[in-house]
Write a protein of this length. Structure first.
Length: 155
């Protein structure tokens, strides 16, 4: 965190060993950044290892209070393919806008673009493998885009 700007990321990796597996490795990661247009800053609670709720500098009201507005962007990668494991791979990029009218309500809008999908084997037994920017045959040669909305009330 640095004032109204924050970044975070995570990496996860797991190994599969045992009958039928040959030390396969599954992994994924994400990176995320956000900026509060209205100047607020995230609060981190070290005791729980989690972000605390956002408290707008001025709650939304009909007298000029805007609440808190945040823009965000992120990237995700998931690889569930290795050796005998063929769960696919995916990469996505996303942008979002969050509005906090007060400290207990958040409205979110996100646009997610799938950059790449590698799918499991087709019925013929061949594997669909895409290069970055290529289109997956499993989705009729398109990669899906999503528009997501969420309303959250925190008690």
């Amino acid at each position: 965190m640095y004032g109204p700007f924050s970044m975070q990321g995570e990496y996860i990796r797991t190994g599969l060993q045992g009958n039928g597996y040959k030390d396969e490795v599954l992994e994924g990661y994400y990176g995320y950044g956000s900026y509060f247009l209205t100047g607020e800053s995230r609060k981190y609670k070290a005791s729980t290892g989690a972000w605390d709720r956002i408290t707008p500098s001025r709650n939304f009201d009909m007298n000029g209070g805007w609440g808190a507005w945040e823009v965000a962007a992120g990237y995700d990668y998931l690889n569930l393919k290795d050796g005998t494991v063929n769960g696919g791979r995916a990469q996505t990029a996303k942008i979002g806008l969050n509005w906090y009218p007060n400290s207990h309500v958040r409205l979110m809008a996100n646009y997610v673009h799938v950059l790449n999908i590698d799918t499991a084997p087709t019925a013929s037994g061949t594997t669909v493998v895409n290069q970055p920017g290529a289109r997956s045959q499993a989705f009729n040669n398109t990669n899906p885009d999503m528009l997501q909305f969420r309303a959250q009330v925190d008690f």
